[in-house]
Design a protein around this ligand. Structure first.
Ligand code: ATP
Ligand code: MG
Length: 433
């Protein structure tokens, strides 16, 4: 370390309780004779003055043993990942912390997970993805606040640049291709020139195809979960990365129109239905594939090894959303009960996609009509009939499949506002008999 810098104010940006904890952990490090560092995203975000309480610590020595000591001392929950020489702690007050062993990584084969060996903090920093993520701050008492930045991360933060640490970085781990875009877009930085070249080169090979489905999915969904994924998607299109989701997927004008309609649709939905928890990343993935054929969508589901629920959402993308939209916005009236049946098995994400597609349509005029349908539909989902099977039985009806038909008719009539009371329901049943 040529010029270790001390940056006493940096750690003071951490809220007081976690800061106290970090000081105490630094002293524990002294007692155990190991150097302890805060490292990675949290250091970057401290320097950027962005809030981040994902505390990543790394220990020059046995990180797992040290994590056990910390967990014992504070009564924290502990999960150990031997293979990655990492432990995750959950403190009683809800704070979470990762503690790892400083290490070197070797990549036996591109795109597969590396093997790890203990190494110095400098070696640990130089195996990381980007310079801005390769800064450490020491926590031991006498070195508390000492910044280690052997790769020039602070300079790149000032220059607002994403830079890899060596030319083979994307080969070693192609997930860094997507991470690069994620950080670039999140911070409004730029990929530094050499890095763009290396990325483009890596993207022109089959490297990314070597990534397992779950690893690729994880990266893509993380990217799509960012605050504003629209630009990140455009960037993936520009760098010709979408073909790794499916060789026929690309960022055409039509796709762009749909994707850029997502943010407003999500805002409207969240405002209208604050209790609905939307999987935003999947909505973006649905939008991204909404101009693709069923075969392409199925191919994406397989390539990304999507979960059953994610795959179910993707299943709405093709004809189902378009057919429902056509029906909901065509001339003439649709009865509320018809809307109810039309949308009965739509997920909330699929309902949002309806709005997205309508907003993006060249003649987006019927957006407010669709919104009214959506609001009415969500309200009608909780409508119940007053009568149940046993009431029909009491009225002298033989139990059987017609119960379902009759109760269904009652529900439709309620939804359509034709009847409002139990007496009216009874009258309707009598009429049916
Ligand atoms: P975020 O704010 O999105 O969590 P982060 O920088 O904390 O960003 P993590 O994925 O949480 O990112 O990883 C923590 C740190 O581990 C990173 O800052 C980086 O130093 C290192 N790291 C993570 N993934 C990789 C990778 N694929 N290759 C090299 N280093 C990585
Ligand atoms: Mg993190």
């Amino acid at each position: 370390m040529k010029h270790p810098i001390r940056h006493p104010v940096l750690l003071n940006r951490i809220p007081v309780r976690p800061l106290q904890l970090l000081k105490q952990i630094g002293r524990l490090g002294d007692e155990r004779g190991v150097s302890v560092y805060l490292v990675g995203g949290v250091v970057r975000d401290l320097l950027l003055k962005r809030e981040n309480l994902d505390l990543d610590l790394t220990v020059e020595g046995d990180g797992i043993a040290f994590a056990r000591v910390v967990a014992d001392r504070y009564g924290a929950g502990l999960a150990v990942f031997e293979r990655f020489a990492t432990a995750r702690l959950a403190f009683p007050d809800g704070l979470k912390m990762d503690i790892a062993t400083t290490r070197r990584e070797s990549y036996a084969q591109p795109a597969l997970l590396p093997t790890v060996q203990p190494a110095s903090i400098e070696a640990d920093l130089s195996r990381r993805d980007f310079t801005i993520n390769a800064i450490a701050v020491q926590l031991n008492r006498r070195q508390f606040g000492r910044v280690l930045d052997p790769c020039g991360g602070q300079g790149d933060l000032r220059a607002r640049a994403i830079r890899v640490l060596h030319t083979g970085s994307f080969q070693d781990d192609p997930t860094r291709i997507f991470r690069a875009i994620r950080f670039e877009q999140r911070f409004g930085f730029r990929l530094e020139r050499t890095t763009v070249g290396l990325l483009a080169q890596a993207a022109s090979t089959a490297l990314i195809q070597g990534l397992s489905g779950p690893r690729l999915r994880n990266e893509i969904l993380l990217l799509l979960a960012e605050h504003d994924p629209v630009r990140a998607i455009a960037r993936m299109g520009q760098l010709k990365l979408l073909r790794f989701l499916h060789r026929r997927l690309s960022y055409t004008k039509n796709v762009r129109r749909v994707v850029t309609a997502v943010p407003k649709a999500l805002v409207w939905w969240a405002h209208r239905f604050p209790d609905s928890e939307i999987d935003r990343s999947i909505v973006y993935l649905m939008a991204l594939s909404s101009k693709s054929s069923q075969a392409v969508v199925d191919g994406m589901i397989r390539r990304l090894a999507l979960s059953r629920e994610q795959a179910k959402n993707m299943g709405f993308v093709g004809g189902r959303v378009d057919r429902a939209l056509k029906r909901l916005t065509e001339k003439g009236t649709v009865r509320p009960s018809q809307v109810y049946h039309l949308l009965a098995d739509f997920s909330d994400e699929a309902l949002v996609l309806l709005l997205v597609k309508q907003r993006s349509a060249q003649h987006g005029a019927r957006v407010s009509l669709l919104k009214r349908h959506l609001v009415a539909y969500v309200k009608n989902k909780s409508v119940k009939t007053a009568l149940a099977g046993r009431d029909l039985q009491a009225m002298g009806l033989q139990p059987g499949p017609q119960y379902k038909t009759i109760l269904g008719k009652l529900l439709d009539a309620r939804i359509d506002g034709m009847i409002k009371t139990e007496a009216e329901e009874r009258a309707l049943v009598e009429k049916q008999l």
